[in-house]
Write a protein that binds this ligand. Structure first.
Ligand code: DGL
Length: 295
């Protein structure tokens, strides 16, 4: 987490701000609630403008800034960017414009991947924006000189997750198709497998929703036992360490609260989010992030 700030120290009692382009960032909220249970959280899902993953870096930066400013205006003490696409292209600009500690999900995910890959190649599933940015390749290279990243854009999984369509024939076929480049057919003597990855990274916050399906299809493709890495847990652990080291951890004895904000369709968000977080949620509130940003 980048804690370099020039302004006054935020209050430890203040909430954490978490944002994503939609509901996928709830995977990070889930992990934060497990690992930082006393923290109050304000989550913002910009579902009016999802997906971010097919948009240009400039547009993603513009959208991300409006989300970050909305949460900063609500007095958060730190920002967790629970979106791989934003973390891939917008962190520098967010850090330049906001006087808050900010963490993204790429570096924590890359660290978990290097640990899990056993020195083999690392397969990354992500949005088009994340894969073409090369952010995972750079993050992995900065951690391990020898690990190689194979990226596969998997945009249809975002649409399926936003629809709440996480099982059945269609998601199965889509997952299989996207995983295919990571696994060759059964080893043919003298022929290299297509990629032979040592782990697969869910490099998009929506993809942990398909974890079971992904593990199942990996088995079908000959990838039994290969670890599936998602950055949510590692990100939550990084946030916990940062809060502890900076004295910003909330010391309240009770469980933290969760406030949910969206930019469109609160009722359908509430339904899918409730199913995913497995807990009764408070009312989801709709916010307007401002006029000049619509793209
Ligand atoms: N949250 C995005 C990510 O993690 C996926 C959804 C989108 O494309 O906006 O990359």
């Amino acid at each position: 987490m980048n804690g370099q700030r020039s302004g006054k120290q935020p209050s430890a009692d203040a909430p954490l701000g978490v944002f994503d382009s939609g509901l996928g960032g709830l995977t990070v909220v889930h992990a934060l609630r497990d690992h930082c249970p006393n923290e109050d959280i304000i989550y913002l899902g910009d579902n009016a403008r999802v997906p971010y993953g097919t948009r240009s870096p400039d547009t993603v930066i513009r959208y991300a800034l409006t989300c970050a400013h909305e949460l900063a205006d609500r007095g958060v003490k730190a920002l967790v960017v629970a979106c791989n696409t934003v973390s891939s292209v917008a962190l520098d600009e967010l850090r330049a414009q906001l006087d808050l500690p900010i963490t993204g999900v790429i570096v924590p995910g890359a660290r978990a991947a290097v640990d899990a890959s056993g020195g083999h190649r690392i397969g990354v599933l992500g949005t088009v924006g994340t894969i073409t940015s090369g952010a995972y390749t750079r993050a992995v290279a900065s951690l391990s000189g020898r690990a190689e990243v194979i990226g596969q854009a998997a945009p249809l999984l975002v649409a399926l997750a936003e629809e709440g369509w996480m099982s059945g024939e269609v998601p199965e076929l889509v997952v299989k198709r996207y995983l295919d480049p990571f696994f060759g057919p059964e080893d043919v003597p003298g022929m290299p497998r297509r990629a032979d990855v040592g782990c697969v990274v869910l490099g998009c916050t929506h993809f942990p929703l398909f974890r079971e399906l992904i593990v199942h299809q990996m088995r079908e493709l000959g990838g039994r036992g290969i670890p599936v890495v998602d950055s949510a847990i590692q990100t939550a652990l990084d946030v916990r360490a940062f809060l502890h080291d900076s004295g910003l951890g909330n010391s309240q004895a009770t469980s933290g609260t969760l406030q949910l904000l969206v930019t469109d369709m609160p009722a359908s968000f509430e339904e899918v989010a409730g199913r995913f977080l497995g807990a009764a949620l408070g009312r989801v509130e709709q916010v307007d992030l401002g006029k000049p940003t619509a793209g």
